[in-house]
Design a protein around this ligand. Structure first.
Ligand code: ATP
Length: 234
């Protein structure tokens, strides 16, 4: 479904990604783990047009997306939940969700997807008139995921959905990610929480200082001694 071929990405003179290649097959959950500053967010932003790619190519269903603008990439079926959630604090839950669907005009489909996200997160239905900024951290993450789903992506990119959340909420968020995947959305998950990210992943990649250094099934990486030492605190 998505293929990164030998990607380099720079911020000015600083090279953040070096020769990154990875694939995501339709229906999979693929995780990218790595330490702070390894280049995980940059990888995700390179896919959705947030930072320019300086070498290599990114193909989505065979189409080159590394030269496309972000809104065109969303229309093709890729959407992201950015790190830090970035919901609109001064807008209500409902207004945030409406914004997620702003590129669509299929009213019936939008209504169906609204019902769907409210079924995933009933608390958001209860709080639909509440301002985004007054939600708890966990609820804001739920809203950020829901807003991304309102664009009806076929590939959902998630940047550190567990960041700053209590363990019980993290468990709930990961369960929902699995449910969304079972409902037909392919998932690319960027996480520092390696344990959770590998547990739900069909396959995963490890990134160190801008390069992919390991890859394998979630299960095989969870059992790998180097991964255990470096990322699982064992
Ligand atoms: P984190 O988990 O902290 O978000 P990460 O693995 O997602 O880390 P990136 O945010 O992709 O890492 O950062 C990769 C490298 O690029 C880091 O060295 C970082 O300092 C640098 N970087 C990121 N954003 C910028 C920017 N806007 N300008 C300059 N350098 C940047």
């Amino acid at each position: 479904m998505l293929e990164l071929r030998n990607i380099d990405t720079h911020y000015g003179n600083i090279q953040a990604l070096r020769d990154v290649s990875l694939t995501i097959n339709e229906g999979e959950i693929v995780s990218l783990i790595g330490a702070n500053g390894a280049g995980k967010s940059t990888t995700l932003m390179s896919i959705c047009g947030g930072v320019p790619v300086t070498r290599g190519e990114i193909l989505f269903e065979g189409k080159p997306v590394h030269t496309m603008k972000a809104d065109r990439i969303v229309r093709l079926g890729i959407n992201q939940v950015p790190e830090g959630r970035l919901i609109f604090s001064d807008m209500t839950v409902m207004e945030n969700l409406d914004l997620g669907a702003f590129l669509r005009d299929d009213k019936d489909g939008i209504k169906r997807d609204l019902d769907y996200v409210f079924s995933l997160f009933p608390i958001l239905a209860e709080r639909r008139r509440q301002l985004g900024g007054t939600l708890s951290g966990g609820e804001q993450q739920m809203l950020a995921i829901s807003r991304a789903l309102m664009a009806r992506p076929r590939l959902l990119l998630l940047d550190e959905p567990s960041l700053g959340l209590a363990p019980i909420i993290i468990t709930q968020i990961f369960q929902i990610i699995e449910k969304v995947n079972q409902d037909g959305v392919t998932v690319f998950l960027v996480e520092q929480n390696a344990n959770q990210a590998l547990k739900i992943a069909d396959r995963a990649y490890v990134m160190e200082t801008g390069r992919i250094t390991m890859s394998g099934t979630g299960t095989s990486l969870l059992a790998d001694d180097n991964v255990k030492k470096a990322y699982l605190g064992m």
